[in-house]
Ligand binder design. Structure first.
Ligand SMILES: Cc1cc2nc3c(=O)[nH]c(=O)nc-3n(C[C@H](O)[C@H](O)[C@H](O)COP(=O)(O)OP(=O)(O)OC[C@H]3O[C@@H](n4cnc5c(N)ncnc54)[C@H](O)[C@@H]3O)c2cc1C
Length: 288
């Protein structure tokens, strides 16, 4: 319950935040909504000597359309994601996903950037970002680079973030109008991380699936982009045998932990079932 002692910093610009992080090195951690980091500090699984609070930095909370993308500032809270009319119109799966993350209090504080940068396979946004083909804007003292979400997750709590870098924004290509989508999450109760979850975005034309993308949550050390499963769906009418093949391909790439959410075999099967349900919802929603 009691974290170790630390120094607290509250920079007001990205430049000063990254300069501080570089100067303080491994002993410093960015603080966003605090709803993963502070629980870890309370159990002393994390004991940073410096917290660099990002909350006073202007310009990290925007949601805007830039060209063919929607760009979301890293410090945008889950609550703001849920209540954004722009996001509901353009990328409605974000709202559907945010609504099954944690609980209202956590969603008031927890940020989309913290969820994506954290590196916990239990987080829901990372597989969704992979499904959407999002890229992350990472800023360090040396400048800014874009890293595709599909390349960002290297292992549990291991990401492509270099020391001293912060995630400043998430760039999501706006899915075509009339796309179908679904985020299905199996969890034991409100606020639980997924036993398994699946994100699906598809487009349909005259009853045929013309594009598909699938992300899987918490069934491996990292979020998973199920590229082969999606490829199987494209060009089909989403008939039962094609869906069965896609589900088998998705299950084949899972490697879940056996834990209090159940044995690995069960969680793999649940990933398949979540995929079937998310796909069915997406099919119904897609304007054919
Ligand atoms: C009871 C409970 C239930 C929860 N249930 C769920 C759930 O069902 N699904 C889910 O997805 N999450 C869940 N969460 C986690 C919650 O959504 C967190 O808010 C989220 O994981 C982290 O976001 P944050 O803004 O709170 O980040 P913080 O806790 O502040 O930071 C998390 C980590 O990311 C780093 N970080 C944060 N922002 C940045 C940045 N911009 N750049 C670089 N590094 C950064 C921090 O240094 C830290 O290492 C739950 C949390 C709790 C306490």
């Amino acid at each position: 319950m009691i974290p170790g002692t630390f120094d607290y910093h509250r920079p007001t610009t990205v430049e000063s935040a990254v300069a501080l992080l570089e100067q303080l090195g491994e002993d410093a951690r960015p603080l966003a909504g605090g709803h993963s980091l502070i629980p870890l500090m309370k159990t002393r699984l994390a004991a940073p000597e410096h917290l660099v609070d990002l909350s006073a930095i202007e310009g990290l909370r925007h949601v805007e359309v830039v060209g063919a993308d929607v760009v979301i500032g890293a410090m945008t809270t889950q609550y703001s994601v849920i209540t954004s009319a722009l996001l509901a119109e353009l990328v409605p799966i974000l709202r559907e996903t945010a609504l099954v993350i944690a609980d209202p209090q956590i969603r008031y504080k927890g940020t989309i950037g913290g969820n994506c940068a954290n590196g916990d396979p239990g987080n829901d946004m990372p597989a969704l970002m992979q499904c959407l083909g999002a890229s992350y804007e990472l800023t360090g003292t040396g400048g800014t680079r874009q890293v595709p979400s599909r390349d960002f997750y290297l292992g549990a709590y291991e990401t492509a973030l270099a020391p001293g870098e912060i995630l400043t924004a998430i760039r999501i290509p706006i899915p075509p109008a009339g796309h179908g989508y679904g985020y299905e999450k199996l969890k034991r109760k409100v606020g639980d991380y997924a036993t398994a979850a699946a994100a699906v975005v598809i487009t349909m034309a005259s009853g045929t699936c013309t594009s598909a993308s699938i992300g899987l949550t918490n069934v491996s050390e990292t979020p998973l982009w199920a590229a082969e499963a999606a490829r199987i769906l494209v060009g089909s009418t989403l008939d039962a045998s094609t869906v069965n093949s896609a589900v088998a391909a998705a299950e084949a790439i899972t490697n879940p932990a056996s834990d209090m959410r159940g044995p690995a075999e069960y969680r793999t099967k649940m990933a398949g079932i979540m995929l079937r349900r998310a796909l069915e919802r997406a099919r119904v929603r897609a304007t054919v």
